[in-house]
Design a protein around this ligand. Structure first.
Ligand SMILES: Nc1ncnc2c1ncn2[C@@H]1O[C@H](COP(=O)(O)OP(=O)(O)OP(=O)(O)O)[C@@H](O)[C@H]1O
Ligand SMILES: O=C(O)c1ccc[n+]([C@@H]2O[C@H](COP(=O)([O-])O)[C@@H](O)[C@H]2O)c1
Length: 208
C-alpha cells in the first residue's frame, strides 16, 4: 500500500488508531489537530493491531479501513493501512520509516489523553518523543491521569504552551502540547458494548 502524497514542506499529522469501530470522537481529534496545529493534512494510520491490546478483539483491518474512510471522507483527511503492508507493529517503526522516507515533510504524532496516560508502556516511547512533536487531545475522564503520567512528567520541560500550538510542527522534538476542550465522549468500547459485542469480536457461544 503506497503512502499518501506529501509534497516537500507539508505539515502532516499522523493519527494512529485501532478504530474498532471508528466514531465521532476520532473525527473530533483529527479536526482539532488539523485546525489548532494548522496542519496541511491528517493521515489516519489504521493499525493492524495495538500491541498492548489483546489479539482477537479487533475487527479485520479491511473492515476498519472501510469504516474509517467513510467517517473521514473530508478533503484533508487521508486514510491508510500502510503499517500492515510493511509489517510494522510498533509506532516507533512507523515513525522511523516515515521520517527517513520523507525527510522534507514535517510530521506530528496525534493522540488522545488516554494514550498519553499509558504512553510509557509503548515500545521505545522515549525515542518516539525524540523523533517527532506530539499533540495530545483531551478526552473526558483522562485529562488528569494524562498530565500526571510518567511520560508527561518525563517531558514536563518540553511541554509547549497551548497558545503556541500552531508552532508545534516547527519545533525540534522532544516537544508536545496538550489541547484542552471542547471534549467528545464517544468511545469504541461503548459502541461495541452497545452493539452487543461486549468488547470482543468473538460472538458468545450458544447459551452464553
Ligand atoms: N473521544 C475521544 N477524545 C479524545 N481522544 C480520543 C477519543 N476517542 C479516541 N481517542 C484517541 O484516538 C486514538 C485512537 O483511539 P481508539 O481507536 O483506541 O478509540 P477508543 O474509543 O479509545 O477505543 P477503545 O475504547 O476500544 O480503546 C487514541 O489516541 C485515543 O486516545
Ligand atoms: O508502539 C507501541 O508500543 C504502541 C503501543 C500502543 C499503541 N500504539 C499505537 O497507538 C495508536 C492508538 O492505538 P489505539 O489502540 O489506542 O487506537 C495506534 O497507532 C497504535 O499502533 C503503539
Amino acid at each position: 500500500m503506497a503512502l499518501p502524497p506529501a509534497p516537500p514542506g507539508r505539515i502532516v499529522g499522523l493519527y494512529g488508531g485501532s478504530f474498532n469501530p471508528p466514531h465521532r470522537g476520532h473525527l473530533h481529534v483529527a479536526r482539532t489537530a488539523l485546525v489548532r496545529l494548522r496542519l496541511d493534512c491528517v493521515w489516519w494510520l489504521v493499525t493492524p493491531g495495538n500491541p498492548l491490546k489483546p489479539e482477537g478483539g479487533t475487527a479485520p483491518l479491511p473492515e476498519r479501513l472501510a469504516a474509517v474512510r467513510r467517517l473521514a471522507a473530508e478533503p484533508r483527511m487521508k486514510v491508510t493501512g500502510f503499517e500492515a503492508a510493511h509489517g510494522f507493529r510498533y509506532t516507533y517503526e512507523t515513525l522511523r520509516f516515515l521520517v527517513t522516507q520523507r525527510p522534507h515533510t514535517r510530521f506530528v504524532w496525534i493522540m488522545g489523553a488516554d494514550s498519553l496516560a499509558t504512553f510509557d508502556r509503548w515500545q521505545r516511547w522515549r525515542d518516539i518523543a525524540r523523533l517527532v512533536p506530539i499533540a495530545v487531545v483531551d478526552r473526558p475522564r483522562f485529562g488528569l491521569a494524562a498530565l500526571a503520567s510518567p511520560a508527561a512528567r518525563t517531558y514536563a520541560d518540553a511541554r509547549l504552551a497551548e497558545r503556541d500550538a500552531a508552532t508545534l510542527p516547527f519545533r525540534a522534538a522532544p516537544t508536545w502540547v496538550f489541547l484542552h476542550g471542547p471534549l467528545d465522549s464517544h468511545s469504541s468500547t461503548a459502541l461495541r458494548a452497545a452493539n452487543g459485542c461486549g468488547g470482543s469480536a468473538t460472538p458468545p457461544g450458544p447459551g452464553a
